[in-house]
Design a protein around this ligand. Structure first.
Ligand SMILES: *Cc1c(COP(=O)(O)O)cnc(C)c1O
Length: 441
């Protein structure tokens, strides 16, 4: 029987996350203290993160147990379905098979609660009462607001000002789950006050909002900071996606040839691909192609440099070895807000540098073309971020058509676009701007 959805049982939710640090041929370059430029240890991080997450950040254990309390909450929306995109295949007249993992079924509507839930859990367990974070378009903020509610933690979100004003719906979600949300830069932090003094009309940026949230956490006693992507522990939690996928492909008795996914800070795509890259590192799947997809307006992997850089715009965070466009870079205001970050996960960056992964970039128009094809064949209206993965999957399927190849293409559909309809409206009315990045000379 031809299946449309490949579904797992709740009891199939993995019991451990997969830590790819155990399988790297050479260890990751350590984060550096921003002042001394010496390797940062647990002491540098414990002001803003709980010990258990710091341990996960540095761990080389291959499998890390998922706490029962976290698995109980995952049951609300996990395991997520794997879909065969049959109607998309027919539309493209491709001999390739296209599959996608659908992460839009979580209450906040994306993959982000896969990490927000365990982060809230470990903080609660260590006695923290309040979490602060930043958010761009609001996906991470809403995931953290949801998770804090479940563990009875207070939550404050610094939301980039232009999104706060243009995209009220995710703010309303966060407030519905009980979080306080401020347009960043604010007058609540030194960083915010300084920036507002220099430039009272600034629209804000993710880097500035991170600086504010980190300062807030470091200067309040019962408070920690939570980050929604980039760091090793976030990527670790997201491997639940790839571990479920491996079970789903086992049920099909198949294995993907090409895996693609959108990359903002790298969490959903690392989480998807690392359990498969394990097979590639071990020499079992030498031909597996793993492709990150990013916007041409913020082409971190395709045009950035691999070097140490700060995670925020002011330089408060440890330095991370990663692909970066420079920590002061502010990308054009494309609709894929979750992909507008100057850096990328150090793990994903290293695997890209070493050739286990590659990268592609598209402009905004190409992305919305793909999102429209998907909406009109498969039905789901996806987040502009996720449409990057769809675009690449479509292009690979077209190559398969030309070459008459029956490859298996997998992509992660990271979230729904129910709160992104103004972006679709702009596309319908020819009002999208591409916002292409120009390399500094
Ligand atoms: C945040 C977000 C992304 C980008 O973040 P990653 O850490 O790269 O996964 C992609 N898609 C959606 C729907 C998001 O909310």
């Amino acid at each position: 029987m031809q299946r449309t959805k490949i579904l797992l049982d709740e009891n199939d939710i993995p019991k451990t996350w997969y830590n790819i640090q155990a399988d790297l041929k050479t260890p990751l370059d350590p984060p550096l203290n921003p002042k001394t430029k010496k390797p940062a240890g647990p002491d540098d991080l414990k002001r803003i993160f709980p010990m258990e997450l710091i341990k996960q950040e540095m761990s080389r254990e291959r499998y890390i147990p998922i706490p029962t309390e976290v698995r109980e909450i995952y049951r609300i929306w996990r395991p997520t379905p794997l879909y065969r995109a049959k109607r998309l295949e027919e539309y493209l007249k491709t001999p390739a098979k296209i599959y996608y993992k659908w992460e839009g079924v979580s209450p906040p509507g994306s993959h982000k609660p896969n990490s927000a839930v365990p982060q809230a859990y470990y903080n609660k367990k260590e006695g923290v009462e309040r979490l602060v974070t930043e958010t761009g378009a609001g996906q991470w903020g809403s995931a953290l607001a949801f998770s804090c509610r479940l563990f009875d933690l207070q939550c404050r979100v610094y939301m980039v000002k232009c999104s706060y004003e243009q995209k009220p719906y995710r703010r309303i979600l966060m407030e519905t789950w009980g979080a306080e949300v401020f347009p960043s830069p604010t007058k609540h932090t030194n960083v915010g006050r300084q920036i507002l003094k220099k430039n009272p009309h600034t629209q804000g940026s993710l880097g500035i909002a991170i600086s504010e949230a980190v300062e807030d956490a470091a200067t309040h006693d019962n408070t920690h900071y939570a980050l929604g992507s980039v760091l090793n522990h976030v990527v670790l939690h997201q491997t639940i996606i790839g571990l479920e996928l491996k079970k789903q492909f086992q049920m099909l008795d198949e294995y993907p040839n090409i895996i693609c996914g959108c990359v903002g800070g790298g969490s959903n795509f690392s989480g998807t691909s690392f359990p498969f890259i394990q097979d590639k590192i071990r020499g079992k799947k030498p031909d597996l192609k793993v492709v990150s997809v990013e916007p041409l307006a913020c082409p971190t992997l395709t045009q950035g440099e691999y070097r140490y850089d700060y995670g925020d715009s002011v330089g408060l965070t440890p330095l991370l070895k990663m692909y970066t466009l420079g920590h002061t870079f502010v990308p054009a205001a494309i609709h894929a807000g979750g992909l507008r970050y100057h850096g990328d996960s150090p793990l994903l960056s290293k695997l890209t540098k070493e050739g286990y992964m590659e990268a592609l970039a598209y402009n905004q128009e190409e992305i919305f073309e793909a999102a429209m094809i998907f909406a009109q064949t498969e039905g789901f209206i996806v987040a502009p971020e996720s449409a990057h993965a769809i675009r690449a999957a479509i292009d690979f399927a077209r190559i398969c058509k030309k070459k008459k190849e029956k490859k298996i293409i997998l992509f992660t559909n990271s979230g729904h676009g129910d709160f992104d309809l103004t972006a679709y409206d702009a596309y319908h009315n020819n009002k999208l701007k591409n916002g292409i990045y120009h390399k500094p000379t």
